[in-house]
Structure formats: C-alpha cells, structure tokens
Write a protein that binds this ligand. Structure first.
Ligand SMILES: [Zn+2]
Ligand SMILES: [Zn+2]
Length: 89
C-alpha cells in the first residue's frame, strides 16, 4: 500500500513506522478550553475522512502529553492505515 502523504510504497508495518517517523506532525492534538479535555485528530489526505478521539490522561499531569505523544501518534496512524487500506487501495 501507499503512504497517504508521500510516494513511499510498502507493507503496512513498514508504513506505520514511516508515518510515525516522517509524518508525525500530521497528528493534531486539540485542547478543548471549555471542558479541559484533550483530543487528537488525524485527517486523511485523500478524502474528508478523519479520526478524532479523546485522549484520556490519568490525572492532570502536565508532562502527560510529552510522555504519550508518541503512543497517541502510533494509534492515530494505525487507524489511518486501516482507513486507507479499506477506502483507497
Ligand atoms: Zn510518507
Ligand atoms: Zn480517505
């Protein structure tokens, strides 16, 4: 399958690692001022599909984001690849 953001082509696990390394800036973390909740969002580059999910920090640790940013991105890219595979391959 193809990377949704560049020309790279390869098996899914390889693309997943590639996305996390090269396209990590595509995952946008949003802080909802009203509720104090955190969400991450990842748009598909080929259609209007996107995933937005709530991040569930255990407690209000300010270092939470730095610690879990990588994991959040891995989960987001995982969902994106499933979508790309189903909708665009
Ligand atoms: Zn790429
Ligand atoms: Zn799409």
């Amino acid at each position: 399958m193809h990377c949704p953001y560049c020309e790279l082509e390869g098996p899914r696990p390889m693309l997943h690692a590639h996305l996390a390394e090269q396209h990590s800036d595509k995952v946008v973390v949003r802080h909802d001022e009203k509720t104090g909740k955190l969400f991450y969002r990842l748009d598909c580059s080929r259609c209007d599909e996107y995933s937005e999910r709530e991040v569930n920090p255990r407690g209000r640790d300010p270092t939470f984001l730095q610690q879990f940013e990588r994991e959040i991105r891995l989960v987001a890219f995982d969902l994106l690849l499933y979508h790309v595979e189903a909708a665009h391959e």
